[in-house]
Design a protein around this ligand. Structure first.
Ligand code: ATP
Ligand code: MG
Length: 603
């Protein structure tokens, strides 16, 4: 398989390409699915044909295995499948592909349900609730397997795993028929029944489709369809000791649910002939309704600076490189939510990257820009001082305070206003003062004037230092006629424009400045100039500065922020009130993304 991360240059995304929409348009125009019937529930042909014409123009599905947390790649698939159903008057099913007895857990089911809802999608309306568990279909899968046996399209093989591997052949050499391939229908049926009854140990027998051991497509060389596994299943308990293989189960699940377009990632392309073979035979036997679902492959999401491999994500969590599955630096959807990335941002991103059939690597900046674009519209503005330095206005009366009324959004008056108290002592950013200004510096330095936004123009008069020479306070005088919004306030022209927080009313709280988890675009991959023998490990590419925890001083209105409320901290970026953590009941904040990308120049 090609490795899309091997050249570290990200592609410029093409405008949302939509070959899948073209397929759907053509199908609808041809009336391909118009006569499908739907009983309201998944089921075999007999049940569906007794139902009404399916009101859903198309049916898609998102079919996660509940064996882990969803990540950005799944978000692409969710937006695609649910988005198509929405746009075409169809339905999208959420199906837990839980046919493997060993791995699934309830914890994952719950978190997947949460994530799909969080992204703004639903599988349920007044008429239908399309939440399904593939393990509810085991009886129908058994019926399908038995039909294949009866019709001479499946047989029980007694070869062991090693023998089966050896007789499978290679890409260049055909396989060899199993000596058990010619078993009679009766013998096959008897053995399969006894497999189900628990008479045989794991791995001793296996049911295989009888197709063609010489096929150039290895997936058609009599693929295994049912195996013996004495294991307790979280849904069906000990009812079964045989379980279907994924490549057998998945097409049947799609067909039982009346799925019209079964969209999956490219690595299943070689499985499509088996998908079609299987459904064709089951439809021929009258088990499944026609037309059968069509499998369509698209390329999976790959992003620079991001790891989406389940195995590596597990390693990051288990080895405690991050704080847990919802660490805001992880590309999981639970992490994204804590980070403050918005569902609307994911929708925009999915639309921008589109779908295609060629592997591509998307620049992380594109993802961040989508988030910025959405939040620029939707996030209220606030003042926050992240690296506080005290500013004392010596000519402002002690004990006096005024309310500055400030718009919450620069171009959305409907977002209303808030009050910021202004007083004699304020906090400003340390970087907004320089005792000896560098060339072009426009903010505060002795003798220079700057505007305190929404307040007054002040003139810097000097600073106080501690014994070590560190500046601990800045002094200034204000110009009483320059209050923002009053007539003539702009008669004094200044170049610096600073944000501030009143010292008495501002509140100090924890703020986490998150950054990319990896410092290199293709974590773990070789870089230009690497010695030929050098092997890289993705863990070595972790960005040591991916999280900085600071105590910041925020304007008082932020004390009332609700968990998950997002803001732009002016000049700093977008921040979210953490869903779970607080400090003495007051919100703590996570940085979602800076206002501008600062990585291009670093890299
Ligand atoms: P596993 O490695 O366990 O198979 P998976 O990431 O494929 O994990 P699934 O639960 O099988 O997880 O995936 C559910 C759906 O999400 C599938 O339809 C799959 O195609 C899609 N999907 C998974 N990863 C990506 C990705 N990076 N980009 C787009 N779609 C993805
Ligand atoms: Mg998978």
């Amino acid at each position: 398989m090609s490795n899309p991360a091997k050249d570290h240059k990200a592609d410029t995304p093409a405008p949302a390409s939509n070959f899948i929409r073209n397929i759907i348009d053509a199908d609808l125009a041809a009336g391909k699915h118009a006569l499908r019937r739907w009983s309201g529930q998944p089921g075999l042909a007999a049940q569906q044909l007794a139902g009404e014409l399916d009101a859903a123009k198309i049916r898609t599905r998102f079919p996660p295995e509940p064996n882990g947390y969803l990540h950005f790649g799944h978000a692409k698939s969710i937006c695609l499948n649910f988005g198509l159903a929405r746009d075409y008057g169809g339905r999208c099913h959420l199906r837990f592909d839980d046919t493997n007895p060993e791995k699934e857990e309830k914890e994952y089911v719950d978190s997947i349900i949460d994530a799909v809802h969080w992204l703004g999608f639903s599988w349920q309306d007044e008429k239908e609730n399309n939440l399904y568990y593939a393990s509810d279909y085991f009886d129908w899968m058994i019926a399908s397997a038995e039909y294949l046996i009866e019709s001479g399209h499946a047989y029980v093989d007694s070869q062991n795993a090693e023998e089966m591997r050896a007789s499978r052949g290679t890409l260049t050499q055909p396989g060899k028929d199993s000596p058990y391939r010619t078993r009679s229908v009766e013998e096959n049926m008897d053995l399969f029944k006894r497999m189900q009854a628990g008479e045989f140990a794991d791995g001793t027998l296996i049911l295989r489709a009888k197709i063609d051991m010489a096929s150039p497509n290895i997936n058609l060389r009599d693929p295994a369809i049912y195996r013996i596994r004495h294991a307790t299943h979280h849904n069906t308990g000990d009812k079964w000791c045989v379980y279907p293989m994924y490549t057998f189960a998945h097409p049947i699940e799609d067909a039982l649910e009346n799925i019209t377009h079964s969209i999956c990632t490219l690595e299943f392309e070689d499985q499509r002939p088996f998908y079609d073979w299987l459904l064709e035979h089951l439809a021929e036997g009258g088990l499944l309704q026609r037309p059968v679902p069509q499998q369509i492959e698209f390329s999976r999401l790959n992003l620079t600076y991001v790891i989406l491999s389940k195995r590596k994500l597990i390693q990051l969590v288990e080895e405690k490189h991050v704080s847990g599955w919802d660490d805001p630096r992880l590309p999981t959807l639970v992490g994204a939510r804590r980070r403050g990335y918005s569902p609307e941002g994911f929708h925009l991103f999915a639309e921008r990257i589109g779908v295609s059939k060629s592997d591509s690597l998307i620049d992380y900046v594109l993802f961040e820009d989508c988030m910025r674009e959405v939040m620029n519209e939707s996030a209220e503005r606030r003042f926050a001082v992240l690296d506080p330095l005290r500013l004392i206005i010596d000519n402002y009366p002690e004990g006096q305070s005024e309310d500055c009324v400030v718009h919450n959004h620069p171009f959305k008056p409907e977002f209303g206003t808030r009050v910021m108290p202004f007083s004699r002592e304020l906090w400003i950013e340390r970087e907004d003062f320089m005792e000896e200004p560098s060339k072009g510096y426009r903010r505060l330095f002795p003798g220079n004037m700057a505007r305190l936004r929404h307040g007054y123009v002040v003139e810097c008069t000097g600073c106080d230092k501690d014994a070590a020479g560190k500046v601990i306070a800045v002094h200034c005088d204000y110009l009483p006629d320059t209050r923002s919004g009053t007539p003539g306030s702009d008669s004094v022209k200044v170049k610096g424009n600073l944000h501030w927080v009143s010292a008495a009313e501002g509140y100090s709280t924890e703020v986490r400045l998150y950054d990319r988890l990896f410092a290199y675009p293709a974590p773990g991959n070789r870089r230009e100039g690497d010695a030929p023998e050098l092997e890289r490990d993705f863990l070595d590419d972790i960005n040591p500065d991916s999280m900085q925890v600071i105590t910041a001083i925020l304007e008082p209105a932020l004390k009332n922020a609700r968990p998950e409320e997002r803001f732009q901290f002016e000049r700093h970026g977008y921040f979210v009130a953490d869903r779970f953590d607080s400090q003495d009941g007051a919100p703590v904040f996570n940085r979602t993304v800076t206002l501008k990308d600062s990585w291009e120049k670093k890299a």
